[in-house]
Write a protein that binds this ligand. Structure first.
Ligand code: G4P
Length: 282
């Protein structure tokens, strides 16, 4: 598979993030719980040096709950504070505030020693496109939040959302680009819908999904589509097309339609809660 990317966008986004990161104490990094490593950009570690760090396993509602816990532990072992969240319906969001205080304990203590009391923690949300940054900000900030304008020491025009007396959030999230020179990373990003479908071969993607599901989520495809043979992924795709009446003119099977149907069922969670990447795998 071949992916195209847009270097101009990447450079601009990275520059903006470098500027914004200077203004904050805490980086709240969203990853997609279905592919927690493939949905990260490794540059974030360099960019965030000396900042407190939180990883949010977002879209945790779409990922396997047992594996969510494994990933939580994985990131905690690496020194991150971690929360499993569903930014769409708000599940887990109420835990974020407490974790922010924990993650910023050192800064708060440092301030206190210097006689600075109650200076709010300043945070920025970062993540790859489509990981849920805007949804998270909206849900987290909610109605209670008020936007604050320019402040001394803050670059003109920056908007902060005052969440409570302890936390201010930069209202523009930092966009990181995923790194998908690695084929498997590219494939996983494509499956969750992070890479535009127009530049992908959907049939190839569907075949890869069938291969993954038939070896990691046994019985699932058979159950969902009432098909029998999933040993051979190409046959399985034909069977899905047949059973779902995906037909072209002349009664030929429409494999593209069947592929889109399968991928959409996966993305929307209709296939169940599926994690594509496990901790400990390369
Ligand atoms: P971004 O700012 O990082 O680019 O992402 P954005 O918030 O726009 O979210 C991208 C999509 O992911 C949206 O779906 C959003 O609803 C969905 N989403 C965000 N967080 C979660 C989550 O925790 N769980 C689930 N299931 N979905 C989540 P969309 O289809 O583009 O829009 P919509 O139809 O949902 O409004």
């Amino acid at each position: 598979m071949h992916f195209q990317w847009y270097p101009g966008h990447m450079t601009k986004a990275k520059r903006m993030m470098q500027e914004n990161i200077k203004l904050i104490d805490l980086v709240i990094e969203l990853v997609d719980a279905r592919i927690p490593l493939s949905s990260r950009n490794p540059d974030i570690d360099d960019l965030s040096q000396n900042k407190a760090r939180i990883v949010l396993l977002n879209k945790s509602d779409l990922a396997n709950e047992k594996v969510n816990d494994e990933w939580k532990k994985y990131f905690e072992d690496k020194g991150f504070f971690v929360v499993k969240v569903n930014s769409k319906n708000g599940l887990g969001i109420k835990n974020v505030n407490g974790i922010i205080q924990d993650a910023c304990k050192e800064k708060i203590e440092r301030d206190r020693k210097r006689g600075i009391l109650n200076r709010p923690v300043r945070a920025m949300v970062v993540g790859i496109p489509n990981v849920g940054k805007s949804t998270f900000i909206n849900t987290f900030a909610g109605k209670a939040a008020t936007k604050t304008g320019n402040k001394p020491g803050v670059t003109k025009g920056k908007q902060w959302i005052k969440l409570n007396k302890n936390v201010e959030l930069l209202d523009t999230p930092g966009i990181l680009w995923p790194k998908f020179e690695d084929q498997i990373v590219g494939l996983r990003l494509a499956l969750i819908g992070s890479i535009k479908d127009e530049i992908l071969n959907v049939e190839e993607l569907a075949i890869e999904l069938i291969k993954f599901l038939s070896s990691n989520y046994k019985g699932l495809l058979e159950e969902r589509y009432k098909i029998e043979d999933v040993e051979d992924p190409v046959v399985a795709l034909h069977n899905i097309a047949q059973i779902r009446q995906c037909k072209l003119r002349g009664n030929e099977l429409d494999l593209m339609k069947a592929s889109n149907l399968l991928i959409e069922d996966f993305r929307s969670g209709k296939l169940g809660r599926i994690t594509l990447e496990l901790p400990g795998e390369s």
